[in-house]
Design a protein around this ligand. Structure first.
Ligand SMILES: Cc1ncc(COP(=O)(O)O)c(C=O)c1O
Length: 356
């Protein structure tokens, strides 16, 4: 029998809901968390104590291992409410798989489906009222895990805590962004942790991103660690280009394999576009922009789905992309996914994970 056979998730409801404090017409990303959180503890080689409790502060030891040695991973998912009140989560099974890949790479325990996915469903059922229903809004879902052992010394933590918190988020009107091709700093190298969603990958991006901001760019376009010749991904999203008649996304273990990127590439293939996951050099991109062959360029991620790119800076020169209105593929994807995720059209792929 596995450690989690027959376990039930206890629910301790809040005595004081904070929902009346929320202005659902003016939601600010990541500030006000829903009433409840799911918490599970891992100790002595097994998961135990899975419960849904009122959202609140944690008490941790100053010698807690995650604070010193960085065993900390997370995910980002969105839940939606249809017009008829149905609650749906977009492809959380893919986030669960990615979470466990991150866990393995950081020598952390995997989280079973019964806790990650079934627990998530139960949490959204409990906090159903927190899921906004207006077009464009969503419930942002943040599962995360960290080492909790109170002991200094570099070794895998003996104990862990897995938590899911959620917050309602407003419609994301994303303006086109500018990217600076990064040719000095590195996000990830072959054999490293680029494919995992660990906290350190975000910490290391902050300083180079600030430098790019100072030069007038919104975000960085990361390149490979060895030669800075090949394009990897943007700050917190994957990159997709349309070059000639092909939809292309960089590939490899140094990038985070986004659920949105995967979804868009699957759609491209289904809709009969030529779709390729392969190395893309900075030269191919720049030459393509100059020749007029790059007709679309966008960042793909859970936050905005698609964020168009309008300018790319490389070696002190700026390259401008064609106007957003004429971008046939990315605008079609965005419109399709918006309809699918709010249950306005059929879901032929089974991407909507319905909370009964
Ligand atoms: C570094 C990075 N790349 C790509 C993505 C896009 O992944 P997803 O589409 O799963 O949100 C994200 C966002 O989670 C990210 O942080």
């Amino acid at each position: 029998m596995s450690a989690i056979d027959n376990f039930t998730i206890q629910v301790e409801p809040t005595q004081q809901s904070r929902i009346s404090q929320v202005d659902f017409d003016h939601l600010v990303f990541g500030k006000i968390m829903s009433d409840h959180m799911l918490v599970a503890n891992y100790d002595n080689g097994q998961w135990e104590d899975v419960k849904i409790v009122p959202y609140g502060n944690l008490s941790v030891s100053p010698s807690m291992s995650a604070l010193h040695y960085g065993q900390a991973i997370f995910e980002g998912i969105k839940g939606y409410k249809f017009q008829d009140g149905t609650v749906s989560i977009f492809r959380p099974d893919k986030n669960w798989e990615r979470f466990n890949k991150s866990a393995k790479r950081l020598e952390m325990p995997e989280v079973p489906q019964e806790i990650f996915l079934d627990g998530l469903k139960k949490l959204l059922d409990v906090d159903r009222n927190w899921i906004p229903s207006k077009e464009g809004t969503a419930l942002y879902i943040r599962p995360f895990m960290f080492g909790t052992e109170a002991a200094l010394g570099v070794h895998p933590s003996k104990s862990y805590q897995f938590i899911i918190i959620t917050c309602p988020v407003g419609a994301y009107y994303s303006k086109p962004i500018s990217l600076k091709v990064e040719t000095h700093y590195t996000r990830a190298a072959e054999g490293g942790v680029g494919f995992s969603k660990n906290a350190g990958n975000y910490a290391l991006s902050l300083y180079p991103t600030q430098l790019a901001n100072n030069e007038g760019y919104d975000q960085i376009m990361w390149t490979d660690a060895l030669e800075h010749k090949y394009i990897e991904e943007a700050g917190t999203a994957n990159l997709i280009f349309r070059i000639g008649d092909t939809i292309i996304t960089p590939h490899g273990d140094t990038i985070l394999h986004g659920v949105t990127r995967r979804t868009i590439m699957e759609l491209a293939e289904k809709w009969g576009y030529k779709a390729e996951q392969r190395k893309v050099s900075v030269k191919e991109l720049i030459d393509g922009i100059e020749a007029g062959d790059v007709t679309e360029a966008f960042a793909a991620g859970t936050a905005a789905t698609i964020t168009h790119i309008d300018r790319i800076g490389f070696n002190g020169q700026d390259y401008t992309l064609p106007p957003v209105e004429g971008r046939e593929f990315s605008n079609k994807v965005l419109a399709y996914l918006n309809e699918l995720r709010y249950g306005k059209i059929d879901d032929p792929f089974g991407w909507n994970y319905i909370v009964k």
